[in-house]
Design a protein around this ligand. Structure first.
Ligand SMILES: [Zn+2]
Length: 242
């Protein structure tokens, strides 16, 4: 097993070289820009959704105000009819209080409808400005999307360009993996889930993965070679190199 553990150590070197190569392939300015664009597009879409929701709410309020405005106009029409009626009356038939009341009613109605009209105008302007914002955002999103599509193809070329080297590194790693028993390899892969380098060397009873001083007996356990020994602190498979 000690022999196989040395193979595992070799395998880890190949595996890490492969990881590093893959990370390099992904860590290009093109890919960074792609991620930035993706984030921008997502945020812009959120902004548009918020603007549209707000516009719908304003439209709802406008409908209510429109109805109020129509009712006020009807009231004013009624009042005008009354005024028409009174204007045909003889002067001595008109009570001053009635005239005063009609004038007060008309003034109140006109001022209420004026307020509603001005509110409606403000809301209309809000909606138009929100529409404009949406149009601007869509315009910018469109050019961002175009850039994204171009860069996506470019990045695919970058990845394709590295394919051969990646394949070579994979083959190298696989060749070493073949010499390791499956149960050891599967333990390696399990630890790989939480450690990028699952194998550590024990040096002077110290795990070089986490730097923890381990009990003196650990070296002897590894030397016995009858089972996988892991670091009690970091969980890495421990080996001893010559
Ligand atoms: Zn450790």
């Amino acid at each position: 097993m000690i022999e196989q553990m040395i193979q595992l150590w070799e395998y880890q070197k190949k595996d890490m070289a492969l990881d590093q190569f893959k990370a390099q392939l992904k860590d290009t300015p093109t890919r960074k820009r792609l991620i930035k664009l993706q984030r921008y597009l997502k945020n812009s879409q959120k902004k548009i959704n918020a603007l549209e929701t707000e516009a719908l709410q304003i439209q709802g309020k406008m409908q209510t105000l429109d109805r109020q405005y129509s009712l006020l106009e009807e009231e004013l029409d009624e009042l005008e009819k009354d005024i028409g009626y009174y204007s045909e009356c003889e002067e001595d038939e008109l009570a001053p209080e009635q005239i005063k009341e009609i004038i007060q009613q008309a003034t109140a109605l006109v001022s209420r409808s004026g307020r509603i009209k001005s509110d409606l105008q403000t809301m209309q302007m809000d909606i138009e400005s929100s529409d404009q914002k949406v149009r601007d955002l869509l315009q910018k999103m469109l050019s961002a999307k175009k850039e994204y599509d171009v860069l996506k193809i470019e990045h695919q070329k970058e990845l394709d360009g590295g394919k051969e080297e990646q394949q070579r590194l994979e083959e190298e790693a696989n060749a070493v993996a073949k010499m390791i028993p499956p149960e050891i390899l599967s333990e390696y892969k399990r630890i790989k889930g939480f450690r990028s380098n699952p194998v550590a060397v024990l040096e002077d009873s110290r795990c070089n993965g986490c730097n923890m001083q381990l009990p003196a007996g650990v070296a002897a356990q590894i030397a016995k070679g009858d089972r996988i020994v892991t670091c009690e602190n970091c969980g890495r498979i421990l080996i001893v190199t010559a």
